[in-house]
Design a protein around this ligand. Sequence first.
Ligand SMILES: [Ca+2]
Length: 339
Amino acid sequence: MVRSAESQTISPARQCHGNFAAVQTESQRTGPIHAFRTRFFRSRAPLLSVVAAAGLVACAGNGGTSSSFDLAAGQQSGASQSPTLSAHSRVPQPGDTNLLFGADFDGAERTTFERNLLRTGYVAFAPNAGPDGSTALRVTYPGRDNGSERVTARAPLRKKVCAAMLQFDVRFDQDWIWAKSGKLHGVGPAKPVTGGRTRIAEGWSSRTTFYDEGKIATYLYDQNPNKKWGATTPSPNRVFTRGQWHRVRLFTTLNGVNAADGSAVITVDDVEAVNVTGVVFRTADGERSLIQQFLFSTFFGGNNVSFAPKDADGNLATVTADFDNFAVYEMPSQSTCQI
Ligand SMILES: [Ca+2]
């Protein structure tokens, strides 16, 4: 049975999904991925520890075990457990996974992705503004009749996969205006379906949105034939505070072609915020339907001016948000999706 994402129940936010310990595998420390990581995180050893231990921190003191991988030292530190996932853990954790894409804006030379972002005209690099004092990306959102100017760019992943985790850090400016809602980033297949366009069998998109005074939501273009726009599932509580850095993770798992077993899960600062199951992202299982693009996508709205940021006098306003440390990881698939 095909079920829409909107029909699903939101589970209550919780701190941890049970006992688990995930550590880096040998395959991550060698080969091109390692070289990529080394280049990407060449000055980011403290950050990498956080990335490698993602999810574990939230469970420390709650049955879990903290662990970290120190790239500078080149060895595992902390716990020595084997990579395992608890049977009770419904959310994949970064551990024995591959980094498929990364952007931290700290390189001496601009990458193709960064140059594509600059071409939008609404981004700038903000030295020392990142959560760790590094360079962050500052996006400007000028309000307009359909919400705000669109700031989008796509980047290919290094591998086509069934399940992936996107993570990024975001800080909404102290003067941020929430308005109704607006897009944040996500992942997609070869031809993502967005913007109310017609569904195609191998097309879909899985994104996040800010929503309603500081909540977050999944925004999914699935195969529901009755919907023009994506399906929104908001968090039950506010998760964002203006002026503070937050770490967002979006776990996307594709469905098997004949099964309604896809899912989209968001955590914010290691706390689960949204959990949507039973998603039918696709009805064809060709290679083009697999997760293969990072979708940088942020703007207010929206298809009318009610989505736009406005000041106290009701005039269109311009606001900013900072982003840093984008990374997409392959995750172990927990559906019947097969590559
Ligand atoms: Ca940075």
